[in-house]
Design a protein around this ligand. Structure first.
Ligand code: 3PG
Ligand code: MG
Length: 395
């Protein structure tokens, strides 16, 4: 991908505006529960500070209503964490669109939640132009938001004097591109989780590319239905059975496969107290809910993973938050950790599983993107990257 890279620019004394994705999970009191995205954003900020730039960073947090800042929308907790990690104070600037605040060379400020600005979501041109006036160099480092065309991810990139990709954005594009464009085979994709409909398009495009497509969770249940199995009271999308069938056919024609569970772990409810039963897929009853793959299936999946050349992972294969349904995902995590394959993982649940099973250091690349990660793998052009390419081409 042809974009200008931050590290190729001379930023000394320049006003640099960094759009980061600091959209981190918080508990009810607003405490940050997981700060991967903040840590991943440090490289670009440090680069600019060390070179003596005046640095403005902004991000969205959640999906606030434009025009009002409720207390849960503020980036204040992020400013505090960022300051701790950088070991410098980070001022939080409110109402910043029209300027009127000072940033000295070598200083970094955080600009309040960009999604409270009117026009952000709709990529309003006037807003984008105002923001572009704040800087000499615009840096997009928000890979996690690269699938959204909003004023801070797209519009501003058209009008800023220079628009480039930050360190994290560059690393994401390189790592995911490597898995996508010339992968070491066999290429194995694992797509699990509960959001069947939103992940079906990605499965379709992956069906053309991958050698094995491991499906998990509600997605696997939909495929089981398609292959004529009974799934009792399990989560699935019966409306999408035809699509699942089509995907299996595409794969079969290419000599590739969708390995479906032969045994499963069922219970009659999803709860910490639920009693789990390990049964054959042919013994699933009307009131059973499939909440994990069984040990035979886990072993089979682990073998596929062990023989892979490249692994792409998004989504768990069971309700791994509860110990009695964690076996499949745990086995898979361990197989990925021990595999020689280049592995890449992304998405909120996947990051949680990686943390839970302590395999952080054994995954080849961990993406900060959820939706963006999936859309990139689908081969879609992400608007925030496309505009950087346009700017690079016009130079
Ligand atoms: C994410 O959390 O996936 C990104 O920060 C994008 O957030 P959004 O889905 O609210 O645009
Ligand atoms: Mg999201």
């Amino acid at each position: 991908m042809n974009v200008i890279k931050l590290t190729d620019l001379d930023v000394a004394g320049k006003r640099v505006f960094i759009r980061a994705d600091l959209n981190v999970p918080q508990d009810e009191a607003g405490n940050i529960t997981e700060d991967t995205r903040i840590r991943a954003s440090l490289a670009s900020i440090k680069y600019c500070l060390e070179k003596g730039a005046a640095v403005m960073v902004t991000s969205h947090l959640g999906r606030p209503t434009e025009g009002e800042l409720r207390h849960e929308d503020t980036l204040m907790p992020v400013a505090v964490r960022l300051g701790q990690l950088l070991q410098v104070p980070v001022r939080l600037i409110q109402d910043w669109v029209d300027g009127g605040f000072e940033v000295k060379p070598g200083e970094v400020v955080l600009l309040e939640n960009c999604r409270v600005n009117k026009g952000e979501k709709k990529n309003n041109d006037e807003l984008a132009q105002k923001m572009a006036k704040l800087c000499d160099i615009y840096v997009n480092d928000a890979f996690g938001t690269a699938h959204r065309a909003e004023a801070t991810t797209h519009g501003i990139a058209k009008y800023a004097p220079v628009a480039c990709a930050g360190v994290l954005m560059g690393a994401e594009i390189d790592a995911l591109g490597k898995a996508l464009h010339n992968p070491k085979r066999p290429l194995v994709a694992i797509v699990g989780g509960s959001k069947v409909s939103s992940k079906l398009t990605i499965l379709k495009s992956l069906a053309d590319k991958v050698d094995q497509l491991i499906v998990g969770g509600g997605i696997a249940n939909t495929f089981l239905l398609a292959s004529g199995k009974r799934i009792g009271d399990s989560l699935a999308e019966p409306d999408l059975v035809k699509e699942a069938h089509a995907i299996m056919d595409i794969m079969k024609e290419r000599g590739a496969e969708v390995p479906l569970p032969t045994d499963v772990v069922v219970a009659d409810e999803v709860s910490a107290l639920a009693r789990a039963n390990k049964i054959s897929i042919d013994d699933v009853h009307t009131h059973d809910r499939i909440l994990d793959v069984g040990p035979k299936t886990s072993a089979k999946l682990a073998e596929i993973i062990a023989n892979a050349g490249t692994i792409v992972w998004n989504g768990p294969v069971g309700v791994f938050e509860l110990p009695q349904f964690a076996g499949g995902t745990k086995m898979m995590a361990s197989a990925i950790a021990h595999s020689e394959a280049f592995s890449i993982a992304g998405g909120g649940d996947t990051l949680a599983a990686i943390a839970k099973f302590h395999i952080h250091d054994d995954v080849g690349y961990i993406s900060t993107g959820g939706g963006a990660f999936l859309e990139f793998l689908e081969g879609k052009t992400l608007p925030a990257i496309a505009v950087l390419e346009e700017r690079a081409a016009a130079k």
